[in-house]
Every structure is written in C-alpha cells, then in structure tokens.
Design a protein around this ligand. Structure first.
Ligand code: FE
Length: 334
C-alpha cells in the first residue's frame, strides 16, 4: 500500500514523465548517489525501494503482473539465478551491456547482469600461521587445520556459491569429501556473518576463515576502533592462484518480467556500466568493477594486492546451487 502512495504521480508532474522503479537488496547508501547522478543526467526519476533480497524476490513473485518494479538489484549470482528461475525477470538484449560486461559475469540470455565484483578468499590471523602453509580452498580440509577454521553457515548464499564453484572445478564427490573435511576442522559451529568470522579469528577463536573482502574493507574503515583493531589483525590469502583462481561473485541486476518502464530500466542498467558509474559503484563498497579496464581502488590494491580470479561462468553457481546445498547438508555443514 505504502509503495502505491510513493509511486503516485504527484501534482504538477506529467504522467508521461520518464521514471524507473527499483527493488534493491543493496543498502541505500551503496546505490542512491549513483541513481541521483543518473537522474541529473537523464531527467529520469528513480524510485528506490530497499529490502532484503529474499523479501523483495517474494514480493516480486506475489505482485506478479501488478508489480511496479522495473528492475531488481541484488548480490550473488546464485540469487540472481534464483530470481530468473522464479520467472520474475525478462531477457534483455543490449549491445552496450553485452560489450561492457564480460560473458562470465552475466546471464547468457540477458536475464541478469553483474555490476560489481567481489572476491571470497581465505583470511587468516597474522602471526598465528605462516601464509606459506596455505594454498587452496581444497587444502583447508587437511587434518593439520583441525579446530582452526571459522566459517559461516551453509544457509548463506555466498558459501553455497563457493561450493557450487568447487563442484564445477572438482566434481560433486570430491567436493563432498572436501566439505566433510572442512566441517571436521571447524573451531566452532557456524554462526554469524562474514564479519563475525573475521572478528572470531582476530579474537583467537580460530586462525582461518573464508569471507568476502569488502567485509574486511568495511571493518578497516569503520568508525568503531575495536572493529579497526580486529581487522588489522587479519590478512588476506588469495587461494588457488596456481590453478583456477580465487572464487569471485557479483552484485547485479535484471529487468523484471512485467516492468512497466522496460526501456528506462535498460537505460539505467546501461548507465550503471559506464566508466563513471563503475568506478564509484565498486569503490563505495570496497568491491571491484565488473567492467574490464576500469581502475580498481588504489587503496584496495595497496592493501591486498592483485589476484587471479576463477573465470567460470557465474550462471553455473545458480545451476549447481541445489546440488551444493544438499552436499553441504550431507557433510554436516550447519
Ligand atoms: Fe554481503
């Protein structure tokens, strides 16, 4: 009901004024300034509704043909794939998007497009192990790490997508064995988010974790001195640099199936992949641009160095999501 009020055409506004309605699972501060720039450039008004990814997807499904939403913005290719599978997105063909977003970061048929890149490397507590002892995700199942690893729950899409990438690389059987080994090495039952794992490692509850880099970046720049102090104790190790590369994922967006303003939604997507938008969008959340050739944040490069990324098509993370979830469950990954 509230939404209906917000989207009403106000007095003095023309009913034909161009606008676009966004459902975004990204926090307002990570996208709103960019939307304002888009409006300043094009005169197209953007109505932003933010919420949790699951709630917004549910809402799109419930609203069906009556949805006011033109675009769905969320994180993780696994979730974007879920939205596609739920039938709430439509295929978009745009030479601009196809030219500027590498094929592995978008749906082959144009149901969703990656807009920023995040990496999910190994992190470790400085001084409590020699990074030369680390090598790959696979090696975290080695018995030498017993009781030394923290990781969040298997209910989390980031871990599901990591495991899906390992199924693609190593097959289901080997990945299940790996998951059993990892679970065996956990210092404590999974609880909390990525930040909580980083804090646990900093506090000495474990030595190693797997987490998205922007969480560490956020902590390093936190106003809370205790968060900064915790982050200072943690270093990043880029795994699998001698084979497929570190697991990466995207935040992205798709045009909704029943979009009332389909063409303006495509315009907005095309704006989000411009050089100016890409640089800002990646830096504001300590992420990496999805578009090649855009300068990465100098601070990020300085802090963590460059890395080789796994180049599998991220659509596969969605395709193997169900297999990953079942496998993690069988392995006892809570
Ligand atoms: Fe996140």
């Amino acid at each position: 009901m509230l939404l209906g009020v917000v989207l009403c055409v106000g007095p003095g506004q023309s009913a034909t004024a161009e606008e676009v309605n966004l459902y975004s699972a990204r926090k307002e501060e990570l996208i709103k300034p960019l939307l304002d720039k888009f409006t300043a450039k094009t005169g197209i008004k953007v109505n932003l509704v933010t919420g949790s990814a699951d709630a917004l997807l549910k809402r799109l499904e419930t609203e069906g043909k009556n949805t006011p939403a033109d675009m769905f913005v969320t994180t993780d290719a696994g979730r974007l794939h879920r939205a596609k599978a739920a039938g709430v997105l439509q295929a978009i063909s745009s030479p601009v998007l196809e030219k500027n977003i590498p094929a592995e970061f978008r749906d082959a048929k144009g149901y969703w497009f990656g807009l920023s890149l995040r990496a999910r490397p190994i992190m470790y507590a400085k001084g409590r192990l020699d990074p030369a002892e680390l090598s790959t995700y696979e090696a975290l199942a080695d018995a030498k790490w017993k009781g030394r690893i923290c990781v969040r729950s298997s209910e989390n899409i980031y871990n599901q997508s990591l495991v899906a990438s390992m199924i693609v690389a190593n097959g289901e059987e080997a990945t299940e064995k790996w998951a059993e080994g990892l679970v065996h090495n956990l210092a404590r039952p999974p609880r909390g988010g990525d930040e909580d794992q980083i804090k646990a490692a900093a506090a000495g509850q474990c030595d190693i974790t797997i987490a998205n880099t922007y969480y560490l970046g956020g902590m390093l720049h936190s106003r809370d001195p205790s968060e900064r102090a915790a982050a200072e104790k943690i270093a990043i190790f880029w795994p699998n640099q001698k084979d497929r590369g570190v697991h990466v994922n995207v935040s992205g967006a798709g045009v909704t199936r029943w979009a009332p303003h389909r063409d303006t939604a495509v315009k907005l997507l095309e704006y989000l992949i411009t050089d100016e938008a890409q640089e800002w969008y990646a830096q504001v959340n300590n992420e990496y641009p999805a578009k090649p050739g855009i300068p990465e944040s100098p601070a990020l490069i300085k802090a963590w160095g460059r890395f080789k990324a796994d180049t599998i098509s991220l659509s596969q993370l969605g395709e193997y999501n169900a297999a990953a979830v079942k496998l993690m469950d069988r392995a006892g990954w809570k």
